[in-house]
Design a protein around this ligand. Structure first.
Ligand SMILES: Nc1nc2c(ncn2[C@@H]2O[C@H](COP(=O)(O)OP(=O)(O)OP(=O)(O)O)[C@@H](O)[C@H]2O)c(=O)[nH]1
Ligand SMILES: [K+]
Ligand SMILES: [Mg+2]
Length: 367
């Protein structure tokens, strides 16, 4: 019987042979959906061995974690030691790092975990080396530093992006604005709010059929591709993670070359060894993590600015704030008084569901 890898190869070959036009769009949609399903199968640990983060995952600490991904010897461990003071063996030979090495930085009052990871190679997502376990750890991080060696061609960047994408990671991207609502009967109905330049209704139907979704409403509010549609269907195995390209070893290049690096979006040129531009890397990290510092103000006293409660933007309600302090606090909660960007009136009384903004000040009032 053909293995999953063989089947994937077969479909990819067929897709390469098929010209995209109106007549083939249904068939191509079908192939793409089949491919996505097989790739997911490949990433599910029990079906193929490997995959998963087993052995590589470590206890998570802090409010967010940042994973370091890159080819061997680009300087990930040197960066780790420099950022966190946590020693991670660095050397001139490849695959010096063999497992996840955790460390921590404190930035703007937030504890942020750094995960130095082993180097990956091309084909990692397909099971080459330990790449799959490594990428599986990165997939659970809130931010990824893709570490690149400035001396190597920037094609490395594209190769690493493809490895991550093949593993269901979507880089610096929001989930596509497509909503699929299943229903009992009535077939497939598609509504769009703008011209679709990449996708035909036939293709959409082919994909949905392949997923046995023959009764549903599809609302497309973006200029979607087939891949976008599949990402929405496969939402459970997709992770949307911000990325910063940490372009390392800039001590080895000229100022003119450095100027060029700044044109790459989301790039931060650094030298881990010399500690150059690490401040900017941390600033960019802070921006991408989009964390919210909330200061507590005991009734009748000044706010405590020394120790903010730090929340992530997807869990930043007053209730999340209470839970971050102690699980039992919500039981006694009556109202919160908030100053800051999240409220119209200064101060304003709010309930548990109110979303807090960065640098808000809060006083909890008990029952
Ligand atoms: N010139 C220069 N060399 C660096 C810099 N950072 C790291 N190196 C050197 O690059 C080599 C590899 O560094 P590591 O930190 O071990 O690289 P790594 O990415 O962790 O490597 P693996 O764990 O093997 O994947 C070492 O010889 C470092 O001294 C830098 O900023 N400039
Ligand atoms: K190395
Ligand atoms: Mg290393």
């Amino acid at each position: 019987m053909a293995t999953t890898v063989d089947k994937i190869k077969g479909i990819e070959d067929e897709m390469a042979k098929t010209q995209k036009n109106k007549a083939t769009s249904f068939h191509l949609g079908q192939l793409k959906a089949k491919l996505a399903k097989l790739k997911r199968e490949l990433l599910t640990p029990q079906s193929s061995g490997g995959g998963g983060g087993a052995g590589f995952d470590v206890a998570r600490t802090g409010v967010a974690s940042v994973g370091f991904i890159g080819f061997p010897s680009v300087g990930k461990s040197t960066l780790m030691s420099h950022l966190t003071g946590q020693h991670s063996e660095a050397a001139a030979y490849e695959f010096t790092t063999l497992t996840t090495v955790p460390g921590q930085v404190q930035y703007n009052g937030a504890k942020i975990q750094m995960l130095d990871l082993p180097g990956i190679i091309q084909g990692a997502k397909d099971g080459k080396g330990r790449g799959r376990q490594v990428i599986a750890v990165a997939k659970t991080c809130h931010l990824i530093f893709i570490v690149l060696d400035v001396n190597k061609p920037l094609t490395d960047k594209r190769v690493i992006e493809q490895e991550l994408e093949g593993f269901g990671i979507r880089i610096n991207k929001q989930p596509p604005n497509i909503k699929i609502t299943k229903k009992e009967k009535g077939g497939i109905s598609i509504t769009t709010t703008m011209t679709q330049n990449h996708i035909e209704n036939d293709e959409i139907k082919a994909v949905l059929n392949e997923y046995k979704m023959s009764n549903c409403d599809v609302a497309i509010r973006c200029d979607a591709t087939v891949d976008d549609l599949i990402d929405v269907i496969e939402a459970k195995s997709r992770s949307y993670i911000p990325v910063i390209y940490a372009i390392n070893k800039i001590d080895a290049i000229s100022i003119e070359e450095l100027d060029l690096l700044y044109r790459i979006p989301n790039a931060c040129p650094i030298s881990s060894e010399h500690g150059w531009n690490i401040d900017e890397l941390l600033e960019q990290m802070w921006e991408k993590l989009n964390l919210r510092r909330v200061y507590t103000k005991p009734k009748g006293k000044m706010p405590d600015y020394t120790a903010p409660v730090v929340l992530r933007s997807n869990a930043c309600t007053v209730e999340d704030f209470c839970n971050a302090i102690h699980k039992t606090i919500v039981d006694d909660f009556r109202i919160a008084i908030v100053y800051g960007k999240s409220v119209k009136h200064q101060p304003q009384r709010v309930g548990l569901t109110h979303e807090l903004a960065d640098e808000d000040i809060i006083t909890l009032v008990k029952k």
